[in-house]
Design a protein around this ligand. Sequence first.
Ligand SMILES: [Zn+2]
Length: 279
Amino acid sequence: MPRTLQVSLPCGLSRTQGVVVRDAVIKKMKGRVQKDISELSAAKNPNVSEIYNALLQACVESVGEKPGTSLLFEQLTFGDRDWLLFEAVKLMKGETPRYTVKCDRHDVEIDVEGFDLSDLPVTGIADEAALWLNVASGEALTVAEWEVQGGVPEKTVRVFCLENADLGTRALFTYPKGMHQKRLNRITEDNVKVIWTLMSSTCMHWKDEERDVRAPNGGFKPDFWGDVDLDALQWAQAAFADALPGMDTDITVECPEGHEFNVKVSATDFLFSAQTQTS
Ligand SMILES: [Zn+2]
């Protein structure tokens, strides 16, 4: 098996002038990394982004021309980061690694036979739909449209637009990057509404003129969600989650006792020997 592998990111790294870098090289993880990661995970308050960065550092050689550093990984989307780790799993353990889950209800261990990492669906980004937001003017256009106007301005971010004709709502979002994870670390997993508020405060650019998401100082309006009706909020939340690039990691497991349950597969389960999850 090769030591490194060239891959193409589902979302890619945004550069100025509408350039997206997709090429990445992943490498085989060294044995000692496992020790480092388990030490980080065993800390009293494990720092998720630190663990994530250490994992990526161990698996990713480069993205485009840039070597794999934590600064670079912070610029990658959540989806690309996950996806890279799964590619690293394939490089180390093959496409069909052994996978065991535990059914808590019946206290049995289930060998998920025939599990193939390549079967996990990956959502990419349609290039023709990629929009760039001029941070200064708030105008969002495709690269081709910018070029008609005389070139892409320097200060642009890559955004995607979600529209719901029934609600008469349109919203623009930036893809969440690794650096957002630092903010999300403080949040517990079951507090979805807080996560969403934090996420939207960094990723959302509402385009309806009457509902400008930005305060005059450029920051997110803290009372923004108070102005938006519940239907629009729920729609935006679900549509945002659906539109994110990356790997769909939910799999269905059949328990020998005759029921099925869903498990979220994680790259770290495969990278490290303890592969047990619970239902
Ligand atoms: Zn069971």
